[in-house]
Write a protein that binds this ligand. Structure first.
Ligand code: GLY
Ligand code: MN
Ligand code: MN
Length: 463
């Protein structure tokens, strides 16, 4: 945990910003894989962690904005719990480490909420994202799940987003730790993968590092020779000479901050000519985006800079044609780069997207586009020092999408569909890193991992 002063200051800031009513923050519960006691690894709710630091199931808390008090609700382990799970620190002792002296039994929360509702006090709560939380809130407020979702506090959502988006020094330290573990995972994947192995062997190797160095991965990794399938969670393909392996993986730090990095490298020791051409375009787009990072620029502008670089590059190898600007405005690049350039990162790999990405990545001056490609842009608003975000451009050759656009003659003035016949089995390339926005520009988080072609090939050759 951080110091109790940090948690107290965080709660006081939220209390002051919100000004009236009661803020209710439920923690997460254990979730059974196939029966109640065979559980998935426990992951605390990130907002609960941020304000209270308590990394245990069975807890909820309130921040009372008017009476200046914070209360943690939870029950100490019974003897049965001790028999099955071992002796545990009392909740009072843990809560005190986060600066909370008032701990009450979980059942007291129901009484507290009932009395607050009777007094006409506003209860602020966030959009639940687990079904168990929906049911818990439904039961607590005597409301249907639909009513629970309708009555979330937009004010609380915005206040928490505003606070959690600006990372404190102690958070940046944790993020650096998470990305350092992440860097080790990627370096190891590059050293380890060999033709004849299966994707799952590389997956197991990087998972091992995440588990040796911290609580584990920050999201289910992608380790695939089918990099064009954006969220590919199949790991049984055999690595073959001539293929590219895309690894998108990240670790959590001890305090559950996330890292998120992607590297794409050749299964053979070296890139083919075609692979290095496309790789160089992605790398150039990523560098153009990184150079543009600074306070005041909107992330949408940075995304469009990368899109421009991708179109210019694809024109240079005969895959696209026409005016670059017009192609990007028409969304023609999205056939190759259909996702957003990146997202916010923090305690969650996609930080706070459980609240709805419009509250995190957009504001009054930015609207979500409905154009294919831009509709997947999760972050568009202006950058501010303290933001932590990813830069992850990619180029993918997705045969069903190519087929569809070709049949519809979509963006035919910008795409050489004939030339694309040579790329149908190419796969995909993405390069991803994590950045802190500083007052001068940006800083790469964690230790750098090879990404220039010569550096990657040197590692693949065992140099
Ligand atoms: N790891 C998922 C992403 O890069 O957004
Ligand atoms: Mn990623
Ligand atoms: Mn990412």
């Amino acid at each position: 945990m951080f110091s109790k002063e940090i948690y107290t200051a965080r709660r006081n800031e939220l209390r002051e910003k919100t000004g009236s009513g009661v803020i209710l923050l439920p923690g997460n519960e254990e979730a059974g894989m196939n029966y109640a006691d065979n559980v998935y690894p426990f992951r605390q709710d990130s907002t609960f962690l941020y304000y209270f630091g308590l990394d245990k199931p069975g807890l909820a808390a309130i921040i009372d904005t008017e009476q200046g008090r914070d209360i943690v609700f939870g029950d100490n382990p019974s003897m049965d719990d001790v028999v099955w799970s071992g002796p545990q620190t009392l909740i009072q002792d843990q809560a005190a480490q986060g600066g909370v002296g008032n701990v009450q039994p979980f059942s007291a929360l129901h009484v507290f909420i009932k009395e607050s509702v009777e007094k006409g006090r506003k209860i602020h709560y966030l959009l639940p994202y687990r079904y168990r939380q929906h049911l818990f809130l439904s039961d607590l407020f005597f409301k249907s799940v639909e009513e629970v979702k309708k009555d979330i506090s937009i004010e609380l959502t915005k206040n928490i987003v505003e606070q959690r988006l600006i990372k404190g020094e102690e958070e940046v330290e944790e993020l650096d730790k998470a990305v350092n573990i992440t860097s080790k995972m990627h370096l190891r994947a590059m050293e380890y993968a060999r033709p004849g192995m299966k994707e799952q062997h590389v997956m197991a190797e990087i998972y091992r590092i995440a588990l040796e160095e911290g609580p584990g991965v920050s999201f289910p990794p992608i380790v695939s020779v089918r990099g064009e399938v954006l969220h590919n969670h199949y790991y049984s393909n055999t690595l073959k000479e001539g293929q590219l392996l895309l690894v998108d993986a990240g670790a959590e730090s001890g305090m559950h901050y996330a890292g998120d990095m992607t590297r794409t490298f050749p299964v053979s020791g070296t890139f083919t000519g075609k692979q290095s051409d496309v790789y160089q375009i992605v790398l150039h787009a990523q560098n153009a985006a990184i150079e543009a990072l600074k306070p005041g620029i909107s992330y949408k502008e940075v995304h469009l800079l990368a899109a421009n670089a991708i179109v210019d590059g694809l024109k240079s190898i005969g895959i696209m044609k026409g005016d670059t600007q017009e192609a990007v405005e028409a969304g023609a690049h999205a056939m190759f780069f259909p996702h957003g350039l990146g997202h916010m990162m923090g305690l969650d790999v996609h930080d706070m997207e459980n609240f709805g990405e419009k509250y995190v990545g957009y504001d009054e001056s930015t609207d979500k586009s409905e154009q294919f490609g831009l509709n997947f842009l999760r972050l568009a608003k202006k950058l501010v020092p303290g933001y932590v975000l990813t830069i992850e451009p990619g180029i993918y050759f997705i045969p069903p999408l190519i087929e569809k656009w070709k049949n519809e003659k979509k963006s035919a003035e910008f795409i050489n569909f004939g030339k694309l016949e040579e790329y149908l089995d190419f796969g995909g390339i993405r390069i991803e890193e994590d950045f802190l926005i500083t007052s001068e520009g940006s800083r790469l988080l964690g230790s750098p991992v090879a990404k220039e072609i010569a550096e990657v090939e040197a590692i693949r050759a065992g140099a």
